[in-house]
Design a protein around this ligand. Structure first.
Ligand SMILES: Nc1ncnc2c1ncn2[C@@H]1O[C@H](COP(=O)(O)OP(=O)(O)OP(=O)(O)O)[C@@H](O)[C@H]1O
Ligand SMILES: [Mg+2]
Length: 221
C-alpha cells in the first residue's frame, strides 16, 4: 500500500499558546519501501506518525492510502483500517498492563475476529528473543523486552503498513540490528510499507528513503 501525504498541517492549542507541530508536509511513500524519519526531539515525528496511523487528524490537509483519503472516512472505517492495514509500534510501547506479553501480541488479531497464527507468532518471538517472556506482564519485563513485544504485536496481523516510533530506542546495538533485520524480512515477505522514526544513523542508512524533519517541516539532508 502506498501513502500520500498532501499539505498536512497540525496545530496544537495549549491555553493561550499555539504550537505548529507540522507545517506543509507533503510526502509520497511508495509501496514496499523502507523509509525512516529523522530529526531532533520535538520536531513533529510522532505527530506525523500518529496522523499516518489514523490515530489523529491533521488540522488541514489529507492522507491517502492508495486511493482512500483516510481523513474523510467514518470513524468506524478508520478503526477497521487501523486494525486490518496498520501495525503500529508506539514510542511508549502502549502495552496493556494487565495482559501478558502473549495476550498483548494476540490482541490485534482477536480484535479483528481472527485466530492468531501461533506458528508465525512463535517464529517472530524467537527472532525477537522474547519467547521465554511470553507469560510475563509488562511490568515484569525490561524496557527492551516490552519494546520487542510491541513490535511482535504490530506484526501479528501481517499489516500492509508498519509504522514504528523509535522501535530500537531501548535496545543494545545487536538486538537493534536483529529487530531491523526482522522488520525488513517481514516487509519483503508480506510486501509491507515500512516507516520508522529513528535517531540511530546506522539504521537510517539502511533505509531506501530518509525523511528529514526540523521544527515541524521537512528539510533536505
Ligand atoms: N497533545 C499535544 N498537545 C500539545 N502539544 C503537543 C502535543 N503533542 C505534541 N505536542 C508538541 O508538538 C511538537 C511535536 O511533538 P512530537 O511528539 O511529534 O515530537 P517528536 O519529533 O516525536 O519528538 P521526540 O523525538 O522527542 O519523540 C512538540 O513541540 C510537542 O511539545
Ligand atoms: Mg516522538
Amino acid at each position: 500500500m502506498k501513502i500520500l501525504v498532501k499539505d498536512v498541517n497540525k496545530r496544537y492549542i495549549q491555553g493561550e499558546k499555539e504550537i505548529m507541530a507540522l507545517q506543509n508536509i507533503n510526502l509520497d511513500i511508495r509501496e514496499n519501501c523502507f523509509s525512516v524519519i529523522v530529526g531532533p526531539s520535538g520536531c513533529g515525528k510522532s505527530t506525523l506518525l500518529r496522523i499516518l496511523a489514523a490515530l489523529d487528524y491533521p488540522t488541514s490537509g489529507d492522507v491517502y492510502y492508495d486511493e482512500t483519503n483516510i481523513c474523510q472516512i467514518s470513524d468506524v472505517r478508520r478503526s477497521a483500517l487501523r486494525r486490518q492495514k496498520i501495525g503500529m509500534v508506539y514510542q511508549d510501547f502502549g502495552l496493556l498492563p494487565t495482559f501478558t506479553a502473549m495476550e498483548n501480541i494476540c490482541t490485534p488479531a482477536l480484535m479483528d475476529g481472527k485466530k492468531p497464527d501461533m506458528a508465525y507468532i512463535m517464529k517472530i518471538c524467537q527472532i525477537l528473543g522474547i519467547e521465554h517472556r511470553l507469560h510475563h506482564l509488562p511490568h515484569e519485563m525490561s524496557g527492551g523486552e516490552q519494546q520487542r513485544t510491541a513490535v511482535a504485536r504490530a506484526l501479528v496481523n501481517k499489516p500492509a503498513i508498519v509504522l514504528a516510533d523509535e522501535p530500537t530506542g531501548n535496545l543494545d546495538k545487536t538486538s537493534a540490528q536483529e529487530l531491523i533485520a526482522l522488520l525488513m524480512q517481514m516487509k519483503q515477505e508480506f510486501h509491507q510499507t515500512l516507516l520508522m522514526v529513528t535517531h540511530d544513523m546506522t539504521i537510517a542508512d539502511q533505509a531506501d528513503v530518509k525523511i528529514c524533519m526540523d521544527n515541524g517541516m521537512l528539510c533536505h539532508s
